[in-house]
Design a protein around this ligand. Structure first.
Ligand SMILES: NC(=O)C1=CN([C@@H]2O[C@H](COP(=O)(O)OP(=O)(O)OC[C@H]3O[C@@H](n4cnc5c(N)ncnc54)[C@H](OP(=O)(O)O)[C@@H]3O)[C@@H](O)[C@H]2O)C=CC1
Ligand SMILES: O=C(O)C1=N[C@H](C(=O)O)C[C@H](O)C1
Length: 250
């Protein structure tokens, strides 16, 4: 019989962390070895002989956690947001020193959300206008969401490859913020409201038609199959994997 994969959950008492602990406990072949939250010693992960750390903490904390994990030869599955290209390159640099370690960083572990980003990428070359509206619970620390940031980057790249110019917009007088944030030339609007979990609409427009691609995470359980898949896979994927797509064969 193969030994279970020993998993440590960082941010384990947070909204996502609690769900991840439950998912790990309930998953065949995984064992919850340690739960670490703010104020706990990260060395608990080593004491518990964890093989994979899962990080759902805070954009300000995640890089230090990752540096620790990689330095100690632990694989990492990261859902925490805030990964700019510069941060990803920093992680790549650390991994170059530890080529046996695997790290999966995914802006969104929801299978529907991953697919919706793919659909948006596919639609992007065919519409001159596009805007993103992301909607989340009011406890969210960052805006815009990591998913919206990643979606904007995918759309911008697809538009560039297709030779599309700037999104048409004649606005010359604006109350600051009224047109949202400009990410890679794509306007992103962030809504925060009690009752919401995690939602996104990508609104495309061209002459005579619009297309709306909407995804709703109605419960944080939506992220768990993706997290469990990444925990099982990360040890077989040395280096950095960004996004869940390759794990889903997309
Ligand atoms: N990729 C994905 O699919 C998803 C990503 N996320 C992202 O995950 C992150 C966490 O979200 P959420 O669970 O809602 O946030 P929460 O604030 O509910 O949870 C974060 C937890 O991490 C703790 N924490 C903070 N710093 C550290 C640290 N250095 N070490 C260990 N624990 C720490 C916090 O403690 P304290 O409160 O005391 O600071 C808190 O308990 C966010 O970046 C969010 O955007 C969320 C959902 C899905
Ligand atoms: O904070 C959240 O809740 C979420 N964060 C991620 C993001 O910023 O995209 C993923 C999902 O949207 C939920």
């Amino acid at each position: 019989m193969t030994e279970p994969i020993r998993v440590a959950v960082l941010g384990g008492r947070g909204r996502m962390g609690e769900q991840v602990c439950g998912a790990v406990r309930g998953a065949d072949g995984l064992e919850l070895a340690a739960v670490v939250d703010a104020g706990d010693e990260l060395t608990a992960v080593i004491d518990a002989r964890a093989q994979v750390v899962v990080d759902f903490t805070h954009p300000d904390a995640v890089l230090d956690n990752l540096a620790f994990a990689i330095e100690h030869g632990l694989h990492a599955v990261v859902g925490t947001t805030g990964f700019t290209e510069q941060r990803l390159n920093t992680v790549r640099g650390w991994l170059a020193e530890h080529p046996e370690v695997g790290v999966v960083i995914a802006p969104n572990f929801g299978i529907g959300a991953v697919l919706s980003m793919k659909f948006a990428q596919l639609a992007a070359p065919h519409f001159e206008s596009v805007e993103i509206i992301e909607l989340h619970h009011p406890g969210k620390a960052d805006a815009p969401s990591g998913t919206a940031t990643h979606t904007a980057a995918l759309i911008a790249e697809a538009r560039k490859d297709a030779g599309l110019g700037a999104v048409p917009d004649a606005t010359t007088s604006e109350v600051p913020g009224a047109r949202g944030a400009n990410l890679d030339g794509v306007r992103v609007h962030a809504v925060r409201a009690t009752g919401l979990v995690a939602h996104q609409e990508v609104l495309f427009g061209t002459e005579g038609e619009t297309l709306t691609i909407r995804h709703d995470s109605l419960n944080r359980s939506s992220f768990m199959p993706g997290v469990v898949l990444a925990v099982r896979e990360v040890g077989h994927r040395p280096g950095l994997t960004v996004g869940l797509d390759p794990l889903l064969g997309l």
